[in-house]
Design a protein around this ligand. Structure first.
Ligand SMILES: [Zn+2]
Length: 260
């Protein structure tokens, strides 16, 4: 269930089923499995996990309204063995070894496992979090956010990305992360408010979350279908982000939902 790219370990934590034609204008009208993946980044001490996937508890957490709406529209089945915490344990990594979880954005498939890591600090966009927090529970679910996935002490453990040292790189805005040398948060607007990727400068790998479904979206004419783009936060920004990523050829980009 896991493989390495450089020093990064990719964990596939379940999948959703989607029409390939929605994910790419050049795709077939065929159902495909799109993986929900997390990325494990070794630090000098411990590890950083990029997104958390789901926990095995998602069914129970989403059994009441309005989270039930999400569960009905996007059914999720994930056995414990496929969760990030179980796969890490298999690798000899305890949940307490995860010092940070970098939250790319707050869609349920990216934060569903946060409660499995009681010692981790959370790195995310303040703009993305605050925009969701002020919404009603129903509107949150409409935005793909189930607040019960956040640990009760989330606000004590969160470290918002500081935007004071912004730099421009290939038409993208990047921010160095405090205390984590050579790691940079990268703004990837369009898919969800405040979506951030993580650029590992030394490895020249960009973890780009849901900025695209797959590598082929970066080719001209192969972007996601218009229907799929209706569900993005801002279609124009989404396409601008895709274009900026396509023009950063020397970086290796990993998206969350690519097929293995
Ligand atoms: Zn998403």
């Amino acid at each position: 269930m896991s493989r390495n790219v450089g020093n990064i370990k990719i964990l596939s934590c379940g999948y959703c089923t989607q029409l390939e034609r929605l994910a790419s204008k050049q795709g077939r009208w065929k159902w495909l499995h799109f993986q929900a993946r997390c990325f494990l980044v070794p630090l000098q001490e411990g590890y950083l996990l990029f997104d958390s996937g789901y926990s095995a508890d998602v069914g129970r957490i989403m059994q009441s309204w309005p989270a039930l709406l999400y569960k009905t529209l996007i059914p999720v089945t994930i056995p414990f063995s496929q969760t990030a915490v179980a796969q890490l344990s298999e690798l000899g990594i305890s949940k307490d070894d995860i010092k940070y979880i970098f939250i790319s954005h707050f869609h349920a498939d990216h934060i569903g496992g946060l409660r499995d890591f009681p010692k981790a600090r959370f790195i995310c966009s303040q703009e993305g979090y605050q925009a969701l927090k002020k919404l009603s529970k129903f509107r949150q679910v409409c935005k793909g956010f189930v607040s019960k996935f956040l640990p009760d002490d989330f606000e004590q453990r969160v470290v918002f990305v500081s935007t004071s040292n912004a730099q421009k790189l290939n038409n993208l805005t990047v921010y160095p992360l405090a205390d984590l040398p050579n790691l940079y948060a990268v703004e990837l607007p369009g898919h969800a408010k405040g979506q951030l990727g993580l650029w590992l400068k030394n490895e020249n790998i960009l973890l780009a979350a849901d900025a695209a479904w797959r590598q082929t979206n970066l080719k001209f004419g192969a972007e996601p279908s218009s229907i799929a783009l209706l569900f993005s936060e801002d279609k124009i920004c989404y396409l601008q982000t895709l274009s900026a990523l396509a023009n950063w050829p020397e970086v290796q980009i990993l998206f969350t939902h690519e097929e293995e």
